[in-house]
Design a protein around this ligand. Sequence first.
Ligand code: CTP
Length: 236
Amino acid sequence: MTASQNTSQCTPAESRRRILITAGPTHEPIDAVRFIGNRSSGRVGSALADEAARRGWDVTLLLGPASILPTFSTVRVIRFRTVSDLQQLLREHVPAADVLVMAAAVADYRPKVDPAFFGGKFRRKSENLMLELEPTPDLLAQVASGRRSDQLMVGFALEPRDEVLESARAKLVRKKIDMVVGNPLETMDAETIEATVLTTDGGEYKTPGTMTKPQFAPWLLTLIEAQAAARQSRTA
Ligand code: CTP
């Protein structure tokens, strides 16, 4: 760790503000060998975790099956694989958090696994195979519905470019959260990002053009910190 990475250790742990970040994809098993997943790289969540640690936050990163890891040793990394794993981890860690940032690409559907195959392996047959999917719970909407008024909740919306704003606005209302980071679909698995952030108080913030994901993290965290401070002072 370098001197500049040591900031968080200068502040006593109990007085540091806590941020909980989720990142990466979920993998939903079909059988013991195969899964349904998505192309999330976990880059944004990981960069955000590093930036928050650099600014002295107490950071917990719930990270799915992604290969990109935060570089700060002070970031507490806890791994998940499935939507159910993440749901359980959120139950455990949200109560202690001041801010939740849901950057994870959570599967909307998962295979309805036949218990006879769970832990085993489907064998090749010559006929077609039907896979039944069931919807997963909306984790962010769930935690937001039971949150304390001093907690700030941030979601992401990955959408076709011409639907980003409308869809991000709808998610802000539907999930009852405070901020939505809207991105065009091209952001997925890419090195760069171009975002529009919407807040419940009517704010609309656009990135100054396309940024790399490490450049984007400080830009977004500054917005999050301002919203978190405003929420704290309203509820103090
Ligand atoms: N999310 C979640 N639980 C899910 C699906 C998504 O918590 N089952 C969170 C994501 O982490 C993200 C936000 O909700 O912060 C928006 O995710 P997105 O997949 O864009 O939206 P959905 O709610 O799934 O709606 P739609 O599929 O209609 O776009």
